[in-house]
Each structure stands twice: as C-alpha cells, then as structure tokens.
Design a protein around this ligand. Sequence first.
Ligand code: ADP
Ligand code: TPW
Ligand code: MG
Length: 592
Amino acid sequence: MGTNEAPAIAGAGSANAGQATSGEAPQTDGFHLVIDALKLNGINTIYGLPGIPITDLTRKAQAEGMRVISFRHEQNAGNAAAIAGFITQKPGVCLTVSAPGFLNGLTALSNATVNCFPMILISGSSEREIVDLQQGDYEEMDQLAIAKPLCKAAFRVLEAEDIGVGIARAIRSAVSGRPGGVYLDLPAKLFAQTMDAVAGKASLIEVVDPAPRQIPAPEAVKRALDLLKGAKRPLILLGKGAAYAQADADIRALVEKTGIPYLPMSMAKGLLPDTHEQSAAAARSFVLPGADVVVLIGARLNWLLSHGKGKTWGGKTSKNWGGQKFVQIDISPTEADSNVRIDAPVVGDIGSCVSALLAGIGSNWAKPPAEWLDAIAAKKNANLAKMAETLAKDPTPMNFHSALNVVRDIVKANPDAMLVNEGANALDFTRSIVDMYQPRKRLDVGTWGIMGIGMGFAVAAAVETGKNVIAIEGDSAFGFSGMEVETICRYNLPVCVVVMNNNGVYRGTDVNPTGGADVAPTVFVKDARYDMLMAAFGGVGVRAATPKELRAAMEEAIRSRKPTLINAIIDETAGTESGRITSLNPQSAKKK
Ligand code: ADP
Ligand code: TPW
Ligand code: MG
C-alpha cells in the first residue's frame, strides 16, 4: 500500500484525509484497511462476485495474498461463505455489489442465520446522501435496513478509520453466542478514502477470543445429571450445533461412558460413525416415542423433530406431548421451552457443557437398562436387514436405492470426503442410506430444507478442506446453482457432482391434466444431458445408467480429483411427493 493508490473519487477523503495529504507520510485507503482487517483476523478467503463498487477490492485482495473465489451468482458465493463458517468456526466472507448483488447474497445470509452458521455478507452500497433522499442513484437501495431483520446483526461503516471496528464487530457478532449471519454495509466512497498508514494500522483490531467459552452453571449441570440418573429409556439427540462445536472427543466420550443410545440429526451424522453400535438411527420411529429422558445437544425441537410432540413422540394427536422429559444443551438461553417444557436446560457452549457433564458422570455411571437397549437393537437390526435386502437389488432402470448403494460404498472407502446433498428424494434417501464416518462431512439443506446450496457448499468444502467433495444432487436441486460447475472447473476443484436424474421435481411422471402442450409443472426435459454441462467447461462428464457405470465414474473422479459430473439416470417413477415430508404438503379437501 502507499501513495500510488490514488483515490478513485477525488477529494472523497475522511476527516483524516487532511492530515494525510501533508508531507510524505505513507497513506492507506479503505480498500486496504478492509483487506488488512480481515487478514489480521485470520480471514484469508473471500467468496464473491465483482462489480461496482467492489471490483477493485477483489483485485487488491488477491494482490495482497487473499484467496478470492469468484462465482457466477452471489447466492452461491453466500452459501459457500456460510458453509465455510460451519466447517471452520471462522466467519465465511461473501462480497457482493450493491442492490441486486446484495439481494442475491441475502438469501444465503438469511439461511446462514437460520442454521446458526457464522458468515459476513459484505456489500458495497451507493451514496448515502442520494439513497436517503431517494434521488435515484445507481443501484439505489437502503441495504442496511433490508438486511437487519434477516440476520443476526447489521453494521455500516462510513469512515475509513472505523473499518477496524466494523470488521471486529462483524466477526464477534457472527461467531459469539449462537453463531449467525452478519451484514456489513460499505458505501462506495469508503473504499477510496485515504488516511495515514500508521494511524490506519493502529485502527485495526485483532479480535481476542471472538467466541468466548460459556461455562454452564453447576446447578444446571447437576439438574441435568439428576434427571438422567433416573431415566429408564434415555436418548441423546445430536444436532448440527454439536457438529459445529468441534467437541468431538468429549461428545463421543459422553455417549460411550453413559451407554445411552443416540440419534444424529442430518448434519450431525458422522460425529460418531453411523456404524457405531449405540446409533439408534435405524430405529428412529421406535426410540422417539419410547424414550423417557431426551438429551438434546445442539439440536432444536423445530419441525425436523416434530416440535417435540405429537405422534412422532408418542402423543395422541399432533398437539399432544408424549411425556418425555428433556435436557437441552444450547448456547441460546431462549431456545428452551420454545416448543415443549425443557426440564433441565444447560446453557453454555457445547464443549464446556459436555465436559461438565462428563466430569459429573465420573467412571461408574450405570448403563441404561438392558430392556431398552435390547429392544432398540432388535428394531435396528430388523430395519438394517430390510435395508440391506433393498440395497442388494439391481433393478432396471436404476433407482435411488441401487444408485445410492454405490455412493454408500464410495463414502465408506473415502471417509474423509465431504458430502454435499440436496433434493427431495435425492436428499432423504441419501441421508438414510449413506453412512458417514467423520464429523462435519455431511453438508445439506439444513433447517429450511432450502434448494440451491449445492454448488456453493461444494466449492467451499473443497476450498476449505482440500478434500474430495461428492455432491449428491436432485436434478431440480442442481439447477438452482448448476452454473457454478464453471467455477468448479475454473478453480480445478476435486468435486464430483452426481445428478440423480429422474426427469423432474420428485418424479418425472406427472402429466398436464388439460392435455395441453405444456408439460406438468414438476416435469423437466427427459434424459437431459447434465454431464455435457460439465464437459462444456473442460471437466469430466459421464452418463451413468447402471450402478456399475456409476461406480466406475465415481471411483475415477475420486482418484483423479478432476471436476466431474455424473448424470445418474434414475427411474422416473421411483420418487415420492416431497420425499419424506409428504405430510407437510397441503392438499385440497375439495373433491372434484
Ligand atoms: P439440527 O437441525 O441439526 O437439529 P439446529 O440447527 O436445529 O440443529 O440446532 C442447532 C443448535 O445448536 C442451535 O440452537 C444453536 O443455538 C446451538 N449451537 C450452535 N453452536 C453451539 C455451540 N458452540 N454451543 C452450544 N450450542 C450451540
Ligand atoms: C429455494 C421446494 C423442495 S425439494 C425440491 C423443490 C423444488 C426439488 C425436488 O426435486 P429434485 O429431487 O431435486 O429433483 P428428487 O430426487 O425428489 O426428484 N425453492 C427453494 N427451496 C425449496 N425447498 C423448494 C423450492 C423444493
Ligand atoms: Mg428429481
């Protein structure tokens, strides 16, 4: 940095610009202060898309040694930043242009917040004095106001000397307490502001202890242990908060020392290997209504857990409570009682809470009654045997099971590969068929069940971990971010996309009831060649109609680490409406 960095807007200096113009004192500017502040805090990657007013920020960031991953649509860059945050516990940064670019990134910011992933959306914005008088500036929009209700915190920096504080506040807000998305608004003029380089450096903040431990109260830990001691049919539920917390060894010790069966939520799969003998995943519909005390670790009792009540939990109607008592370990004190009574809330960070529980458990904790464990084992083994039978079939055309049986083997042989997953049937079948063996390897549609995370997550998973990435995508789901296969090829990332091509949303068999020329709303072009899309950008495209072809293509993709897209031809009649959540689909009561 230095005096050759001429401000793009003449005279647009901050109050400090005056002192900066005197003599030969080296200067810095808004561009460099943003870059330096991020780097000072160990943030070395930006996911974004250039344009006014942040084009030069992307160039200068790259020049200063940051990795700048440029996308084809901001939503995908935002999803990449969000999942980078989940994987690393450091906020992922997404950088966009003003109004439309900002709005494109906003879905990802909002989704990150809902999922408790730390990210920072930094958007350039237009000139305040014009925007605020609504005089019609280029890409005019009051971005800060729009972002506020959709994220955890939102800030704007107007003066170059405040950039350090702005970035520090954004980082702390994203990762402390319950993690989430933060919006940082940087008006165009800020970037060109100059100030004395020494003063600029001094204005930056290296955030100390950005996500401080939050130690649970001893009486809360005791209350939880007392409740657990009396349990006859205890169950542990691991959520993605537990995966995020990176307290893997202690969580495993808690499960194993207590001998309590556990259920992993989707993104907690692999926290303990899915093949662990205490996993009750294959007996889910037995253990939820059967349990008497349930320990929630970083999992909310939202729709994914039927709100902790109703038939799933043994309640008589959808409103009835099943009678379970709950321990809830969560960093957010207001999460308790959100749906049903929480008898023992343990508020703190999961690492501290689990280690406090472990200390209280000691070495001679009584295992759960054999009656409970045996009943679970019987259910589980019966269900696993049924599944094995289904997976052994080799129907023509290939269906979800026979295709995913291949993916299951490939993941087993490559347990450190990252798995990205979206779709409806393509999601639900993958979740139940493909075992995970290591923590934070499964990345999916999360709390909203959002489509479109696929390629953004895949890019970040590859960039952040350097591991092979396997993305199992419904053909509809893939379409939301499919253009990023160019990005995958451009950065030569080891991503193997498998499109589960059943010619449409849920199924490819719907017909237009009017007999008109338009196809049904859920149906796509038949036998679409998604593989050619990857080939168009220099990657490897394969059409696989049999498990054998799929296996060969996946093995080669893993071996070569070349960008690969496998168009897996799936029986178009195989899927069900909305996959596993058919019951949430409103149906007209009116009979024709
Ligand atoms: P899932 O969808 O897997 O059930 P959720 O997203 O519903 O998981 O729940 C995650 C929970 O984990 C949130 O309530 C969040 O507050 C909590 N959480 C996230 N990180 C931590 C942490 N480090 N310590 C404690 N709780 C955490
Ligand atoms: C942002 C609604 C849920 S699942 C899905 C849609 C459109 C696609 C299902 O088809 P796909 O999977 O991917 O081919 P499969 O295997 O069942 O055929 N827009 C957003 N998010 C959601 N969840 C939807 C729409 C939806
Ligand atoms: Mg489909």
